[in-house]
Design a protein. Structure first.
Length: 246
């Protein structure tokens, strides 16, 4: 028991150290210089694209081809429900107590009546799904997102969202399962399900895929952190418009 306690304390201190490093360095990058590591990021992106084309994409296409729509939707709902505890904790950490209450009710309803989240009863009764994580919470507290970074296997992130991967993962229900084969099996299925869900979206990518994915990711992060309350500058960039432009 003492060994386990010491390991938990060590992990907690490690997370704090990483977050302290991020908090001290994220503000050093100007907002307009969001991708100072582009050369390195593009190499990582090329590596991820190779792995995807060889492994993930073919498996995702096969999964979609043999999986009935209702079952595919059910798996998507299940994995979404598995992250609800993470959302609830960050609701409360951001002071969104009303939203936290609704998300808690959504989680309870979907986990029971919805059969472990396989059926999204919550959305049917007006309890919409939210997406909150520790990176968003720290951003709300005033910590800068830092530069864009493309991680091997994990894909597009910011420095801040990269540093919070560990606590985010710790509050995902699948990672709390004690049975290792079950945990890894569900994790693998989750990756395939997620990739299958991107098959249609990737058709929207135009021009340079790296730039498209980077900009789409950063815009989505801004949208999530601001809860959709974007300024004109965030929506349209630094360009100024007047009536004569229309």
């Amino acid at each position: 028991m003492e060994v386990s306690k010491n390991m938990m304390q060590h992990s907690f201190l490690r997370v704090l150290s990483i977050l302290a490093l991020v908090m001290s360095s994220a503000g050093a990058f100007a907002k307009e210089d969001s991708d100072p590591w582009e050369s390195m990021n593009r190499k990582t992106f090329a590596f991820n694209e190779f792995i995807d084309s060889c492994c993930l994409k073919p498996v995702a296409k096969g999964y979609r081809a043999i999986t009935p729509d209702f079952l595919e939707d059910g798996f998507s709902n299940f994995f979404g429900n598995a992250t609800e505890v993470l959302t609830i904790v960050n609701d409360l950490a951001q002071g969104k107590f009303a939203q936290g209450g609704k998300d808690t009710l959504r989680f309870v309803v979907n986990s029971t009546v919805g059969i472990a989240g396989f059926i999204d009863i919550g959305s049917r009764i007006g309890l919409e799904e939210h997406d909150e994580d520790f990176g968003q919470t720290l951003a709300v507290w005033g910590v800068g997102e830092g530069p864009f970074v493309m991680l091997p296997f994990f894909g597009p992130k910011t420095l801040l969202s990269s540093a919070t991967l560990y606590p985010d993962s710790a509050l995902t229900m699948i990672n709390t399962i004690d049975n290792e084969p079950t945990k890894y099996g569900l994790s693998g299925l989750g990756v395939v399900e997620l990739r299958a869900g991107l098959l249609d979206l990737e058709k929207l990518a135009a021009g340079d895929r790296y730039t498209f994915i980077r900009d789409a990711y950063l815009q989505r992060r801004t949208f999530l952190i601001s809860d959709g309350q974007l300024s004109d500058e965030e929506l349209f960039g630094d360009d100024e418009f007047d009536d004569e432009d229309f």
